[in-house]
Design a binder for this molecule. Sequence first.
Ligand SMILES: [Zn+2]
Length: 428
Amino acid sequence: MFDGEAVSGPMTVVLEDERIHAVGPRGSLQVPAGARVLDYSGKTIIPGLIAAHSHVGNVSGVETGRRFYTRENITRQLARYLDYGVTTVNSLGLNPPLFYTLRRELNGHAAGTDLFGAGPGIGAPLGTPPAGRMGLEDDQVARPETAEVARALVRDMAGHGVDMVKLWVDSLGGTLPTLSPEIYRAAIDEAHRQGLRVFAHIHDLDDAKALVEAGADVLGHGVRDQPVDDASVQAMKARGVWYIATINLDEANYLYAEHPSWMDEPFFRAAVDPALQRRFDDSEWRRETLAGPGAENARKAVRLNLENLRTLHQAGVRIGFGTDSGAMPQRIPGFAEHRELELMTQAGLTPAQALRAATRDSAELLGLKDRGAVAPGMLADLVVLDADPTQDIRNTRGIHAVWRRGVQVPRLAEPLPGRIRSRDSSRR
Ligand SMILES: [Zn+2]
């Protein structure tokens, strides 16, 4: 059990259409006509995971670019998330106009995850997110040069039905220009006028502080250049700012080159595209990756990220859940989420606290009142686990079944490209 919201042991969940009608000990519940009863004796049921910082349509294989933002690719990526128990995905920026159509069409069906998102988001002219390096085109990021243009862009996004506004404020180690405070303050103010929360991409503490002071609602990445100081902790608490650490983001820059033994297990391999698997299998790539300066920088970033998450969580700052999965090839949708849960426990959260961040709290972070708990009235987005994750967070990887809006999701029968089937696929 975690916070009374996971169901384990001889417990029963009664479903009525797409929602949970009742939860309780077997035999104690009234079952309305037409309702369905789930009885997973000996299993543990947790709410579907909510990925509050991901991206769709950016990646295919080992490549990144606008050309992958297609209905087919995104549908395939969302199916993979669902197979890993991620029932809600928030695409936090880099979304061209097709996003608006897909968000309307895809949401509310049992066949895939719900897709929410920020539309394009607001970046710096000639700055972050770097267009050349990421293969971005102009319709994926708005880059205002004045405060008035920033306001107009936010109003346009609001009119198209974005769920939040994304801002990038990051000089990438002093190598790129950043949005000026005048511009991001205007964007934040206009977003709030439109009733939208602002999620900020940051890396450095100084940018995080400035954005908190300017009214940003969510820091979408961990602070990774230095330890957070008491003033910034208190400012985040006082303003109710949410914090999403995305620890796996930096770890993914060296972890797969180290080739831990679980990379040979079906749970990992099923998430990995064949072209990416070939890269992971290439001993030369592994050697060069670990020898380069990027690996050491990434290790340092992970250490600081873990330390800062520990500090902020202990201080009572609200913690959301996200990995930046889907932004780059090595940020692997589905797997990244389960790895992030484990990393959060390395930062001192209990498994129950990490799971709560990934379910109930991220629902609140996204303003979604209909999900995030195994409780009456909630959407029946459920993950049935073979073993109790509050005992060992890695037990989230033993997925017995996924339910989505009251319908059991068929585990991917058609292999995704590169999917390696385990001998006993039900053990996935
Ligand atoms: Zn991102």
